[in-house]
Design a protein around this ligand. Structure first.
Ligand code: HEM
Length: 509
């Protein structure tokens, strides 16, 4: 008691001096611990290397279009973490759940930046978006905005009406197709992707777009052309490879054709976004307010520059249209291929919904649909390799030393195929998620990444994909026309099916 009283009565200057001394001591201790842990990491074994050839490293072994599969094969030989050389760059590849979590969480502070390819540098306006920026104040601010106004749980509640419109439109189009072209194969991708784009436009701008006069291009674009400029072209551009990315010391060699193509994509996207923003600024000025991201940003984020505004609004448009479509298309392919599983889902929906249409309120009573969603994400991860992270200070992963300057590739496909974690990983079997007692953790499959950079759109993806699958199975019987339709995926930016799913749909009643 006396000691406490004594401490409380020491003069303020003593506290100040004592406080400074303690602060210096803590800082020194922290510095010592950090430098000694770096030293420790230096004494650790380097990551095992996959042998390559001089100059090119392992590039020639990666020239086929599915690097995640090659990475997974190498993991069987060299282990869950190994290093390769892509030209002049060293890259560490992780194909294990445990080490991926270590990278996402424990070592995040050392692996929180990105070194973008030339194409991505241009298309992301030098990291001016949540998904591609380094982990810094800008990232935190724009992530807060997108979660508050578009993707977080409360925002998703407000946008419920837009998802309901999407589901009605999708159902109407499928019914019209089944009526007008019975026995023909429906192209689900086209319908679902177009509706996802409509959803993104309603969430971002308050309404879907049919056509738009674009002043900078001096012409009116129809909806398909707008989709092409805002979504299709940038996605193709994002995976465009400039060979100079692999050999930074040859940066000075011109590659004009590549630069012009990417620049054109940038200019056209900027022109369309500017026209959309102008149209909606005029709407807001005329007094018409809508539940949209642009309305939110223009009133709550006035410090954003014009470019930051363009990129913030474009981000949910490009991110909405692809990954969710890929997941849903794969799920419908698997359900058409496995009639028993489709029947079980249909019976579950009948039991829970009766003659009502399935809605988001039914989802907690339909664990099988959630299991189908997660199993599809596991078996057909739309993002098979996490966008590369840059190791900006020496660190340790899986017990190995990983030096500063290394690129890190987390091979999600490999993690989701890990035999010690998943029984018969090649098999698509939703039952494996039915064994879990609690609600399924969204990070269980790694498909959404993890830690501080975990996907911000997982809730939207879950809701649109599950209700989409539910409505399609509730209203139609799905059958593959060609039972041997190959289960081969291709890598665009995501693992789209090589050939779009072609299924015969029969209305249930
Ligand atoms: C099945 C669908 C989806 C999958 C599999 C998926 C997967 C991912 C992955 C793997 C990441 C990277 C995490 C990292 O870099 O560590 C990511 C980030 C992100 N995703 Fe998704 N995504 C999906 C849907 C969506 C949707 C619909 C949106 C928005 C409309 C979205 C918005 C974002 C954003 C903003 C980030 C950046 C988060 C950050 O860096 O803090 N995603 N997503």
């Amino acid at each position: 008691m006396d000691n406490i009283t004594g401490m409380l009565t020491v003069p303020a200057t003593t506290i100040a001096i004592g406080g400074t001394a303690v602060a210096i001591f803590v800082a020194l201790l922290f510095w010592y611990l950090r430098s000694s842990s770096r030293g420790q990491s230096n004494h650790l074994t380097p990551v095992p290397e996959v042998p390559g050839v001089p100059i090119l490293g392992n590039l020639l072994q990666l020239k086929e279009k599915k690097p995640y599969m090659t990475f997974t094969k190498w993991a069987e030989i060299y282990g869950p973490i190994y290093s390769i050389k892509t030209g002049a760059t060293s890259m560490v590849v992780v194909s294990s759940n445990e080490i991926a979590k270590e990278a996402f969480v424990t070592r995040f502070q050392s692996i929180s930046t990105r070194n973008l390819s030339k194409a991505l540098k241009v298309l992301t306006a030098d990291k001016t978006m949540v998904a591609m920026s380094d982990y810094n104040d800008y990232h935190k601010t724009v992530k807060r905005h997108i979660l508050t106004a578009v993707l977080g749980p409360n925002a998703q509640k407000k946008h419920r009406v837009h998802r309901d419109i999407m589901m009605e439109n999708m159902s109407n189009q499928l019914h019209a197709f089944a009526k007008n072209s019975p026995e023909q194969e429906v192209d689900l991708r086209k319908i679902f992707q177009s509706e996802l784009f409509g959803l993104a436009m309603r969430q971002t701008m308050g309404k879907d777009v049919e056509s738009l006069y674009v002043e900078d291009l001096n012409r009116t674009l129809n909806r398909d052309e707008i989709f092409q400029v805002l979504v299709v072209d940038p996605m193709m551009g994002a995976i465009d490879v400039d060979w100079r990315d692999f050999f930074p010391y040859l940066r000075w060699v011109p590659n004009k054709k590549f630069e012009n193509t990417i620049q054109q994509m940038y200019v056209r996207r900027e022109a369309v976004m500017k026209a959309l923003i102008k149209q909606h600024k005029d709407r807001i000025a005329s007094g018409e307010k809508l539940n949209s991201y642009i309305d939110y940003l223009l009133s709550e984020a006035q410090t954003l520059t014009d470019l930051q505004l363009i990129m913030s609004l474009w981000e949910p448009i490009i991110e909405s249209s692809d990954t969710t479509m890929v997941t849903t298309e794969w799920a419908m392919y698997e359900l058409a291929k496995n009639p028993n599983i489709q029947d079980r889902l249909y019976r579950d929906i009948q039991r829970v919904c009766g003659s009502d249409k399935i809605t988001e309120e039914h989802l907690p009573q339909l664990p099988y649909i959630t299991a189908i969603f997660h199993e599809t994400l596991r078996r057909h991860s739309p993002v098979p390799i996490i966008p590369l992270r840059h190791v900006h200070e020496d660190t340790v992963l899986g017990g190995y030393h990983v030096p500063r300057g290394t690129e890190l590739a987390v091979n999600i496909y490999g993690c989701n195929m890990e035999k010690s974690v998943w029984e018969n990983p090649e098999e698509w079997n939703p039952e494996r998620f039915m064994k879990e007692n609690e609600t399924i953790d969204f990070q269980r499959t790694m498909a959404f990444g993890g830690g501080k950079r975990v996907c911000a759109g997982s809730l939207q993806a879950f809701l649109t994909s599950c209700i989409g699958i539910g409505r399609m199975v509730q209203e139609f019987e799905w059958e593959l026309k060609d039972k041997t339709q190959e289960n081969v995926n291709t890598i665009g930016l995501t693992t789209q099916m090589l050939r779009p799913l072609r299924a015969i749909i029969k209305p249930r009643n």
